[in-house]
Design a protein. Structure first.
Length: 198
């Protein structure tokens, strides 16, 4: 199967670093490029382009990759990431230093935690008009739970057979094992705080 149009060429300065972190996770797991591509249902060439930083995956594709590699999503935000126990240190990270990922369709994820916390991920997500989290309209399933709160714009969150339109101040929670996808069907960018537990 050829890669989706939602996996788009990457033009950001972090593309090669981002791809290198995915490649390092795959190699650490001992999985070949061909084997991972087969599990994802994409061509080895498409996965190679992601790893070389010439193509950005959609949100769904990225979560599929890290799930298959048994890694948290936060592992692709920074080099040398490892989950570790939460320290008793005071950690301050300035807004301009928080890691950001630019994904397919211009979706942007900015980590909101000053350091990685096992089992907890919090992101500010920005979906441009018309952007979706999915590959070819498919739904995503993975472990844990998700919670989101829309800050501005409108997001449509489909969970199972139900569709929920969320505006500013609206929030949602659902088990991530239920098939789901997120889309901005509005005319302005949608910004939300998204929490992954598990």
């Amino acid at each position: 199967m050829a890669h989706s149009l939602q996996d788009v060429p990457d033009e950001s300065h972090d593309g090669q670093d981002f791809g290198a972190r995915i490649r390092a996770l795959r190699r650490a797991k001992g999985t070949s490029l061909r084997a991972l591509a087969a599990e994802l249902g994409i061509s080895p060439s498409a996965l190679s382009q992601i790893e070389r930083g010439t193509m950005r995956p959609s949100v769904t594709r990225l979560i599929q990759i890290v799930s298959l590699l048994d890694a948290p999503l936060s592992a692709v935000f920074e080099p040398g990431h490892t989950d570790h126990a939460l320290s008793d240190d005071v950690v301050v990270t300035r807004g301009g230093d928080l890691p950001v990922l630019e994904l397919g369709q211009g979706v942007r994820y900015r980590r909101l935690l000053p350091e990685s916390v096992p089992g907890l991920e919090i992101y500010e997500c920005t979906y441009p008009p018309g952007a979706e989290s999915t590959q070819d309209g498919e739904f995503l399933r993975h472990g844990g739970h998700e919670m989101g709160s829309v800050l501005s714009g409108t997001l449509v969150v489909e969970v199972g057979d139900d569709s929920h339109e969320l505006g500013p101040g609206d929030a949602i929670k659902f088990p991530s094992s239920t098939p789901h996808r997120v889309a901005n069907t509005g005319a302005v960018p949608a910004v939300a705080v998204w929490v992954n537990l598990g």
